[in-house]
Ligand binder design. Sequence first.
Ligand SMILES: [Fe+2]
Ligand SMILES: [Fe+2]
Length: 282
Amino acid sequence: MKPGITCVVDNAVKSSSHLWGEHGLAFWVETESGPALLDTGQSGTVLLHNLDVLHLDLTRLKALALSHGHYDHTGGLPALAERLTPGLPLYANSDLLQERFSQSTGQRRAIGLSVDAAWLSAHFTLHLDDAPQQVLPGVWTTGAITDRPYPGGYVPRQEIRAGDGYAPDPYRDDLSLVVESDSGLVVLCGCCHAGLLNTLEHVQRVFRQPVVVVAGGTHLISADAATLQLVAQKLTEWGGLQRLYLNHCSGQEAYVTLRQALGSDIVRSCPAGAVLEWAAAA
Ligand SMILES: [Fe+2]
Ligand SMILES: [Fe+2]
């Protein structure tokens, strides 16, 4: 198959398609060395249905990467594992297995992985690391994004265990995927809890190539107007961005603000079924 990137799971689906939507995310990354999957969506049912509709063959899958531990990115793991031969390489941050919770009106519910370390090890070959990891030739994880001078995609009610109690989740596990192309880097975000600007600055520092496409969940859904203006300003200053495909937790206000600032040619929606497009090198 030709190299390319397809959104397989998102909250929205391409109009007039038979795809299903859910609050979740997954991207199929086709490379010369075979395909990799970023994230699994929430249910697994939607992932498997959409892969079938899109004629994307799971038996060809070479690697899986997980952007972070939240259920809407990892909930499809059991359904996925049922379709795979055990041992597929799985790349994620070393903090992936940390328990995670969402707390509202006094109720606390688990929102991390639904499987434990033993289950993961039985089904996948685990590569959990804070450093950037090669997933396939030309496809890398960002590694941990530790420098965060810009606003992050933080949700105060999301927590981890701390001592005898709970503390706000610092989202240490959050990473994005970096795909090399002829014209520059494509950055695929899961939820981008580390912050879109922090993630992009990290990518530019570590990979030292221009970023031409950003796609995925940018967690700008709860960003205030000043943050959205800062994102628009920095993306304009940094330049070189051909496409910004927003979906999942990006939010309508971010879509409108960034589309006004950067232009409708650059800022696009990215429902399930969207195939990312950008210009080849001149
Ligand atoms: Fe998410
Ligand atoms: Fe998340």
